[in-house]
Design a protein around this ligand. Structure first.
Ligand code: UFG
Length: 341
């Protein structure tokens, strides 16, 4: 079976993808510097799959470490590049951290692909590249216009897509599938792996589960006067295991040369917009916990509403998000409970 390098493989989406790859028989190698994950994640992966993947700990923004890795590890067929910083607010306060890490690591990986003849890349992009789409572009398709990023984090995703496009233009044998994620949530149904925010979570679902378990006093719902049916912001929340499965399909497509262009872009979402209040209600229903929440001012930088047009991914990849919001919320809750026990 092909050998897949997963950067950021102990992270949230990375670890779920490693599980799906191993389940399909792929040989997986992980690189992660553990800045935003822990080594214990490998045990969780082993409990689910029976396999503990090969692991290398170093910083991919260091060209010497990265080049040495490729020199010593031949036979990689494809790379899934997750490793990146991803906190929107932090990126506004510390842009150099984001440009330095997210851009340099991509640069070093693509240099490795070129120098060591690794043709296939799956890149973690984000729906953040669309900004707030105009009403006529909702649900948002892959051809919707991109807008100036509203954070350095978002800008690193736009720049990364440009870098990949430029490198692919120059290098005939390289190809890439960039996956634009909407809002990944939930955990593996085994509750052996899940989202592990360090410090106070900034994302909605970990904040909900931490409030429900008593780690936080109350959830603040940011914004009650958006132009949406209940006044709260709308996102497309996608189950992390569904998302992980799309990566396996993307790898199969590249490795078997089924891609139609050297760079293909896909939206990965459910196609369904869900408001913050609807997400909270779904959590309350499946957990049986009455969540302590209050409606407060909008969070700076937030967009009002975005959800995916999933037709292209459905038709071209033959992939579709399967889990319901309720199932996904329940998986997040089981994971939180397991973590705290
Ligand atoms: N929210 C709250 N209270 C909280 C946390 C979040 O009301 O405590 C709201 C937000 O205001 C937003 C929604 O819940 O309306 C979702 O917020 P998240 O922080 O979970 O997710 P975002 O949509 O802001 O950001 C996510 C990813 C980014 C990615 C972006 C693309 O975290 O990496 O989607 O739109 F860039």
């Amino acid at each position: 079976m092909p050998k897949i390098l997963v950067t950021g493989g102990t992270g949230y989406i990375g670890s779920h993808t490693v599980v799906e790859l191993i389940n399909k028989g792929y040989d997986v190698v992980i690189i992660d510097n553990l800045f935003n994950s822990t080594i214990n994640v490998l045990e969780g992966i082993k409990k689910i799959t029976g396999t503990k993947p090969e692991f290398h700990k170093f910083n991919l923004s260091n060209i010497i470490f990265t080049n040495n890795f490729f020199k010593d590890n031949k036979g990689i067929d494809a790379i899934i590049h997750f490793a990146a910083f991803k906190a929107v607010g932090e990126s506004v306060n510390n842009p150099l951290k984001y440009y330095g890490n997210n851009i340099m690591s991509l640069n070093n990986i693509m240099a490795g692909m070129k120098d060591y003849n690794i043709s296939n890349l799956v890149f973690s992009s984000s729906c953040t590249v669309y900004g707030q789409p105009e009403e006529k572009h909702l649900p948002v398709t892959e051809t919707a216009p991109l807008q100036k990023a509203n954070s350095p984090y978002g800008n690193t995703k736009q720049i990364a897509e440009d870098i990949i496009g430029d490198v692919l233009n120059a290098e005939n044998n390289l190809k890439c599938i960039a996956l634009r994620y909407f809002n990944p949530i939930g955990a593996h149904e085994s509750a052996e792996i899940g989202e592990l925010p360090i410090g106070t979570p900034s994302n909605l679902v970990p904040f909900i589960t931490q409030t429900a378990i008593g780690l936080r006093d109350e959830l603040s719902i940011f914004g009650k006067d958006y132009n949406t049916p209940d006044g709260t912001a709308i996102r497309d929340y996608i189950n992390v295991v569904d998302l992980a499965k799309a990566h396996v399909i993307a790898i199969e497509r590249l490795v078997n040369n089924k891609n139609k262009k050297s760079l293909e872009l896909f939206n990965l979402g459910t196609g369904k917009g869900v408001s913050v209040l609807e997400a909270v209600k779904s959590f309350e229903k499946v957990s049986g916990v009455n969540l302590n929440y209050k409606l407060v001012e909008r969070r700076p930088g937030d967009i009002e509403k975005v959800w995916a047009d999933t037709k292209f991914a459905n038709n071209e990849l033959g992939w579709k998000a399967e889990k319901t919001l309720d199932e996904t919320m329940l998986s997040a809750w089981k994971w939180e409970q397991k973590l705290r026990n």
